[in-house]
Ligand binder design. Structure first.
Ligand code: PLP
Length: 395
């Protein structure tokens, strides 16, 4: 947790310069604090620490210098008051709902959300009689009609996975505000470098640190940042139940954030080139990328994002079978489910990440059977394009 906002420097600088206090060794790069607990001066120090009269580390389930450094950086990037770090993106999502909702509460969410978040809403939260209703991303006006006296939260991701639709954050902020609801945004696809939902009225922002934040496919992590009063409740839940981020992973993540801006710039530059290449290709039915002029929400993307992100969605002509031939012909790109990695990755959402959805649910989430998702990496653009081009010839 933290409560310090540094708006006097650019966030990119904070992502590099925020650092845990130097030890007596005067190290330049932050050490790895692999310790489960911390020691006290005397009985009074220990009593005061447990009474939370002093702000200090007690036990790494509660806090750790590496996790705190990671949290402070993400808060600076998102313009948030405070945050809690988690072992994975899903533990951040679950802990946020578990900490803030009561039995019987209701969530209104965008239909296009991460597969495991959908499974949480439909399979786990109903244990506590917490219900949900989905709105289509192209029908934000329908949100009003879904809100009941039990609704507490509006939840969305933008751009969406895997169809890269873009939701208007300003509109969502206004709707949440009008009804006195919390607006919680999963900002994982954009990263805080491209988009800061708090500026548009989000109360909390959640990330899977596993994706662009680490950016090299090494560790799992999650984080929730936002309003101090809400973060305090999430922190208390986490400190008791223990989904804490490991210091090692926090150290990796904090180092990764130093290069977030330059990495994401290159991801976006490469992704736009891939999208433009696919748009002109005779074997492709459609391409979706937020910063292509043909994207249905291009104007909204331009308003709220610095660039289009790393994910491009497209459909190979010839449906499922052509899609399979395309996958089998790929030589360099990885067939994998991750995204935001330095290595380019191709995925077939209908048979993998979104196979748990019914065909109707997939249709409503904008996922066609032949849709391919590419997370465009940092390899030389010519090599990425060459691999996609040769695979399309065989599709
Ligand atoms: C990956 C992902 C998650 C879950 O994060 P994990 O770190 O895998 O638990 C949540 N939301 C979105 C949008 C994601 O892409």
């Amino acid at each position: 947790m933290k409560n310090k906002n540094t708006f006097d420097r650019k966030p990119e600088t904070d992502a590099i310069r925020i650092q845990a206090e130097r030890s007596s060794f005067q190290e330049h790069s932050v050490p790895l604090y692999l310790t489960s607990s911390f020691v006290f001066e005397d009985a009074e120090d220990m009593r005061a620490s447990f009474a939370e009269e002093v702000d200090r580390n007690i036990y790494s389930r509660y806090s750790n210098p590496n996790s705190t450094e990671f949290i402070d950086k993400v808060c600076a990037l998102e313009g948030a008051e405070a945050g809690v770090a988690f072992a994975s993106g899903m533990s951040a999502v679950f802990s946020t709902f578990a900490a803030l909702l009561e039995a019987g509460d209701h969530i209104v969410a965008a239909r296009s959300i991460f597969g495991s978040t959908h499974s949480l809403f439909s399979g786990i939260l109903p244990k506590w009689n917490i219900g949900h209703d989905y709105f289509r991303i192209d029908e934000l006006e329908s949100i009003d009609s879904l809100i009941t006296s039990k609704t507490r939260v509006i939840y969305a991701e933008t751009p969406t996975n895997p169809a890269v639709d873009v939701l208007d954050l300003e509109k969502l902020g206004n709707i949440a505000n009008k009804h006195g609801l919390l607006l919680i945004i999963d900002n994982c696809f954009a990263s805080p470098y491209l988009q800061q939902p708090i500026k548009f009225g989000a109360d909390l922002v959640i990330h899977s640190g596993t994706k662009l934040m680490d950016g090299q496919g090494r560790v799992l992590a999650g984080i929730a940042v936002g309003r101090l009063d809400l973060i305090d409740r999430i922190y208390r839940f986490s400190r008791i139940t223990g989904p804490s981020l490991s210091p090692f992973n926090a150290w990796i993540l904090s180092k990764s954030l130093e290069t977030l801006g330059v990495r994401v710039d290159r991801h976006c530059e490469n992704a736009l080139r891939v999208a433009e290449f696919l748009e002109g290709h005779s074997k492709v039915n459609f391409v979706k990328y937020p910063f292509l002029k043909s994207h249905p929400q291009y104007a909204i993307a331009k308003k709220q994002m610095k660039a289009g992100g790393c994910v491009v969605a497209f459909e190979v002509k010839g449906g499922l079978n052509a899609g399979r031939r395309f996958f089998d012909a790929i030589k360099m790109l990885s067939l994998s489910a991750n995204l935001g990695d330095s290595r380019s990755i191709v995925t077939h959402p209908a048979s993998t990440t979104h196979s748990k959805l019914t065909p109707t649910e997939r249709e409503e989430a904008g996922i066609s059977d032949g849709m391919v998702r590419i997370s465009v990496g940092l390899e030389h653009i010519n090599d990425i394009l060459q691999d996609i081009a040769q695979a399309l010839e065989k599709a």
